[in-house]
Design a protein around this ligand. Sequence first.
Ligand code: 5AD
Length: 352
Amino acid sequence: MISEKEGRALIDRLAQTRTLTRSEWTQLIENRTPALADYLFRRAREIRIRYYGKEIYIRGLIEFTNYCRNDCYYCGIRKSNRSAVRYRLTKKQILSCCETGYRLGFRTFVLQGGEDAWFTDERMLGIISEIRRRWPDCAVTLSIGELSYESYRKFFEAGADRYLLRHETYDASHYARLHPESLSARHRRKCLLDLKEIGYQTGTGFMVGSPYQTAENLADDMLFIKKLNPQMVGIGPFIPHHDTPFADQPAGTLELTLFMLGLIRLLLPKVLLPATTALGTIAEDGREKGILAGANVVMPNLSPEQVRKNYMLYDNKLCTGDEAAESLKKLDARFRHIGYHIAVSRGDSLNT
Ligand code: 5AD
């Protein structure tokens, strides 16, 4: 046990030295209180405002395929989910999402999908280079899972700038409880190192409150993130999906997710930190609260209306309303309400 005062001292030291030991991380996470969280969020906002002012960066998310060869126990589009209605967007559809997005003010397109063999390197290269050619002032982010060094390199050379691949959890045995044997924490981390070496602006992250997760696991995640030093960190609460082995597991909480967001802002002051869709799904004002805890990015959905309901990673995932890219103005109004606003620029990481 540590006292409130000791908790504040740890937060102060984290803000100053940008690191803590494994046992300090664990203590701080285990002994958090609402008052300590308020203190953390105040410090996190200070730092976020120092580097990013009150701007919120936007990224247009294009969920272009929900076919996946993997069978992660938490994920609604896992291979074994026979009830998932599968779809793939054509190249033409993807480009038309970009066109709509560009008109709405997006300058970053995130191509996210399951690990779908139909999208061979050749097909992906065609899509990436065409986006590059038509929108040279935009950033192209890929989020398509574990691939070979060679594929990552080719995509980078074709013009992809950024890559998102959550490490999910650092601890190998925890990783093994969330994934089938074919996947490993080690290989996931190797992919992340490859991406960094090639020169991608890299994003990693984890789910908060995933089944069997302990405070020590979260401490290891923080140490790993420090070491990797990514440009972006995506975290959101685990939310059960009814057609997965984790259907009956409890969801992660808003409260712990916000606390982790605040800690990450102190750990990596300039990191791009999204207030994720999952955060907006567990609480109506989840994303606003995320911003107030130190987040500075949102990723509205640019996918065609008719497929959005099929990219269901977890139950009740937001895909309409203010979540949709078309309602950027409404989203902006929500943020203005808490004193922040959406920025229109590429929103490059200040880290690079
Ligand atoms: N709840 C919350 N997040 C999930 N993800 C996948 N399934 C779930 C779920 N049930 C997250 C994973 C993945 C990202 C694309 O979505 O962390 O990396």
